[in-house]
Design a protein around this ligand. Sequence first.
Ligand code: DUC
Ligand code: ZN
Ligand code: ZN
Length: 499
Amino acid sequence: MPDYDIVIRGGRLVTAAEVFDADLAIKDGTIAAIGRDLGPGREEIDATGKLLMPGGIDPHCHIEEVSQDGTVQEESFETGSRAALAGGTTSFICFKPQWRGKSLADSAPDYETRAARSLADYSFHQIITDPTPEALAEEIPALAARGIRSLKVFLTYDPLRLTDGEFLKVLARARQLGMLVTVHCENYDAIAWQQEALLAAGLTDPVQHAWARPPLVEREATVRAMALAEFVDQPLQIFHVSAGEVAEEIARAKGRGQKVWAETCTHYLTHTIEDLERPDFEGAKFVCSPALRDRGEADRLWDAIRAGTIDIVSSDHCGFSFATAKKDPGASSYGQGAAVVRPDGTPAFNAIPNGAPGIENRMTVLFSEGVSKGRIDLQTFVRLTSANAAERYGLGGRKGTLMPGADADIVLWDPEMEQTITIGEMHHAIDYTPWEGYRAKGWPVMTLRRGEIVMRDGAVLAEPGSGSFLARGPYAAIEPRGVFTNGFDNTRPDIPASR
Ligand code: DUC
Ligand code: ZN
Ligand code: ZN
């Protein structure tokens, strides 16, 4: 009678804290033991020469979002999560929509049913576009009670953006309820003003997307978001930092003791504004927001990673196929401003849907660019791809770690294997990958999700619907500091002010 379901022998384990050689045993979906001379498993896996790392957690992905006009994003939970498992990611957090003018319940009411088709474990950030008294008083507390512990607000995009006043209401309510607020920081009016001028001058190419939203529009909104969060004493997660000057402001706020954290995304580390200039409208593949910057900014992001200012790398997976949605002036998702159609029928830069697919390539590209090229060590890779997301989003102890009692979410990684990324091998539904032709060094060869082998040598074995919803929190990492700029608790006036 075997002692364990699976024993993985001879590998090198990597956690956020250490790298060590050990065997690892799995029973009933969790890690049962780590050590030497472990008893037999029903299945024995030889991991000689391989790394064992926590399965990735991608905390920022747009999957199968449903717009108010009924448009559904092409990437389904089935295809997106299959791509995740293929790339070593076992959990992701995606966005539950709220449509402006609608309650949370009446916005994309079938979203959770759709999500139940996932092959990977998943949770939600609730997008708030309309913080009505009912949403604040009843619906958001009900979400927290169900384990959806994070809210997402946009400071740009029609029709998603909040005013500063609306944003403050969300921050204050999140503080009362023990929820994390995540934010997309760009200055809506500055972008709109610049877009109008560019279009009036007849400048409509994909690259003008970046001209309309330079780093300073991101920096301004980031500083504003952090100031409003500081005013309310509410922890804040800044999404997709794309430039050094933004990271500098975040480092300053952290230095003042503010609970503010930051992620960047894989594409800001590898791609630049030059990709937006690719011929034959191919630049549209790289239209995402914030926009791609120059090579120097990517170097500054690596510096910010090494300094700990940026401690998560997400994919911001948000796929729109090149042959269809990216060329459709009527596409309704993630754009800003009225569509202008160019003589060849393609949309002007402001009407190209923003986003690129990346959930499958996130860990591979980060390993290759980061670890294989000597920019970061293995522990940092684990912190960036799973451990910090687990701590930040209320999954600590369960995900993002290798220790007895944790879910057996494990990726076996061959650090020497070289492979060329190409669309024919991708599992996502979108018709391109931004890393087409990229030769990666280091590759995931097996993924286990809660003790089940769900990917082996590139073949995804999990069934649709086998992923689990991850209820989260409450948890200590996002407790407010109890520090107010004026000593007055904006969110709990019943409690005496303290200085
Ligand atoms: N940025 C993107 O590129 N796509 C989706 C939303 C976002 O903020
Ligand atoms: Zn965003
Ligand atoms: Zn996003």
